[in-house]
Design a protein around this ligand. Sequence first.
Ligand SMILES: [Zn+2]
Length: 264
Amino acid sequence: MRFAKLLLLPLLAVGLIAGCATNMGDIRGFNLISLDQERELGNKFAAEIEKQQQVLNDPEVQRYVERVGRRLLTGTREVQFDFAFKVVKDDSVNAFAIPGGRVYVQTGLLKAAESETELAAVMAHEINHAVARHGTRQMTQQYGYSLVLSLVLGDNPNLLAQLAAQLFGKAGMMSYSREFENQADFLGVETMAKAGYNPQGMVTFFRKLDSMGQSNPSSLAKFFSSHPLTSERIQRVQAEIADLPQKSYPAVDNAEFRRIKGRL
Ligand SMILES: [Zn+2]
């Protein structure tokens, strides 16, 4: 009897992970906002964010991050937006995606990452928030459809400016449901693998951030508040990686990554 129970436990665990995996891959959750409306909302948020935050004035660094982003897009389930990748000057460690496929990487993330793969891990997570349209889904749940629609239509520029600061600015960060965070991790792992980045980089970078957070909490406060690095989360990512078909990944040449870091 006891043996039977012991045998059952791992089976249950496998079943849970597999059960998770099928849901996790569904990127077409219920969304009242159309793709065109989401693009429009993205344009409005981007204009506001780029007024409030300083886009790094270094075309070489911008081109590099754009290239890492494009490579990751080859590994996503769908590319339904014109994605754009920009670096903003902010030395806290973070990156964020806004509705409509724009991803912002903060200089603090570039400084904290020690390889292109580590940078790609955080970008892959953020790209998939946009792919699965978590921003508009979360905002509709949180604020209601009519408010989000009024932002799309441009009826309320003051509120838009306020939300741009609150959700994507120095003052705060959009916090997604745990379900959305888990899905962004799951899809991020898949995206990395398909784009040829070793997804193990996500695990090592999460661990590194966790220990960095203990020595320098302020630089990571925003990242942790939106992305708590619990051991459960790291274990889940590890299990998802173990589930992927065996594959060897090409070695990443980090010479350019180091040169880019040197420019910051
Ligand atoms: Zn996230």
